[in-house]
Design a protein. Structure first.
Length: 386
């Protein structure tokens, strides 16, 4: 079995490749990246004869398809802006695939993917991805699901990579139409910093305010969990990062209006992102890591309950989890687990399939536990006040 790992010269999906080598049985693991030097660096760091590299530019569609045809599976950690180009190439190459983002309009390729006889799973990270799977795990134990509240804390430097800087600001772009809550069969658009809710994450993160963000769970989950009435997806970053994003939003920077400077033009958001990417302040962060909080409300064994699931991982004192890797491993490992499950034939569906429809939740959770990402659950009976 051969796998092509796109964007794995980056900080996050190199963790996916490391996990493939540690737990998978692929005979060839190819790092495909537009930056050949970064790809070589990762291959050298891993130091396994199964790992090789190839220069890969998704904007060269013809060559991308030709390269993909040499492999059994394509796994992508490339930035969000390439999602549609990626899926289009995978379908043309007639090869199974998955990505870490799930934010693009990939569902439009569902018909062509089915015709090609392939499966493509978008958004197999922590969120989206693991959040979808934890939601399905709780829902499968219920006779009725009424409400779903998904939250996460992503504790990283604001500019760990250019792609992540962009993600930070786009999620609070006031012009974005995909920031919605699912309410009784309809998607209701909300503004940035809407519906603040205090969410208790496992230590060392604690209780923090979270806001609705433009993630795909609210679009995909109703297709697989019937009857749900309400879905809200929230997120937060370190408090310092959130203060900056809020100030930029309040002053209109996140609209990315063009600003004239010395005879040239640049988007206001693009300027801030470029500054952070080039400044030491953009890469400073004391507490690194990731935590999920998923709450599913419904009926279980004839009783109204609230099923809460959270995640933890080793501290930075543990080998392999030092500082940035406490964040990057949490995001990259689920992508690798998904790839290995597809490679082993454990995903039977065809077409564009969300994580909650593709993977067996309990098996996925057990695989996370092998990597020391642990899921904790609490089921409480919900009492009605008369």
């Amino acid at each position: 079995m051969k796998i092509l790992c796109l964007g794995a010269g980056g900080r996050i999906s190199r963790e996916s490749v490391k996990d493939l080598i540690a737990y998978g049985d692929f005979e060839q693991v190819t790092i495909g990246d537009v930056n050949e030097d970064a790809a070589r660096e990762v291959a050298k760091e891993i130091g396994d004869p199964r790992v090789d590299i190839v220069k890969f530019d998704i904007t060269d569609s013809k060559r991308s398809v030709e390269i993909m045809k040499r492999y059994d599976l394509v796994m992508s950690g490339m930035p969000i802006k390439f999602d549609e180009l990626l899926v289009e190439a995978v379908v043309k190459a007639k090869v199974n695939g998955l990505d870490i983002n799930g934010m693009g309009d990939t569902i439009t390729f569902d018909g062509p993917a089915r015709e090609a006889g392939i499966v493509y799973v978008p958004g197999v990270g922590m969120t989206p991805g693991t959040t979808n799977i934890l939601t399905r795990y709780a829902a499968d134990q219920m006779e009725r699901v009424d409400e779903i509240y998904i939250s996460h804390g992503a504790f990283r430097a604001i500019s760990l990579s250019p792609g992540l800087t962009s993600t930070t600001f786009i999620e609070y772009d006031p012009t974005l139409e995909s920031r919605v809550v699912y309410d009784n069969g309809k998607h209701v658009q909300v503004s940035p910093f809407s519906l603040e809710k205090m969410i208790e994450l496992p230590q060392p993160y604690g209780t923090l305010p979270q806001y609705v963000i433009p993630h795909p769970e609210g679009f995909t989950i109703p297709k697989y969990i019937k009857g749900v009435k309400r879905i809200e997806v929230r997120g937060t970053w370190p408090e310092k990062n959130m203060r900056l994003v809020r100030a930029l939003y309040d002053y209109g920077f996140l609209r990315n209006d063009k600003v004239k400077i010395n005879g040239g033009e640049i988007g206001s958001r693009d300027f801030i992102a470029a500054y952070l990417d080039q400044s030491p302040e953009g890469r400073k962060q004391d507490l690194w890591g990731y935590a999920l909080h998923v709450e599913v409300v419904g009926m279980r064994k004839g009783k109204d309950v609230r099923h809460v699931l959270t995640t933890t991982h080793p501290s930075k004192e543990a080998k392999g989890w030092e500082d940035p890797r406490g964040y990057t491993k949490c995001v990259g490992i689920p992508l690798s687990i998904g790839a290995q499950m597809i490679a082993k034939g454990k995903v039977k569906a065809r077409g564009i399939v969300a994580p909650e429809g593709a993977f067996d939740p309990l098996e996925f959770i057990r695989e996370l536990a092998k990597r020391e990402i642990r899921v904790h659950e609490k089921i409480e009976e919900k009492h009605t006040v008369h």
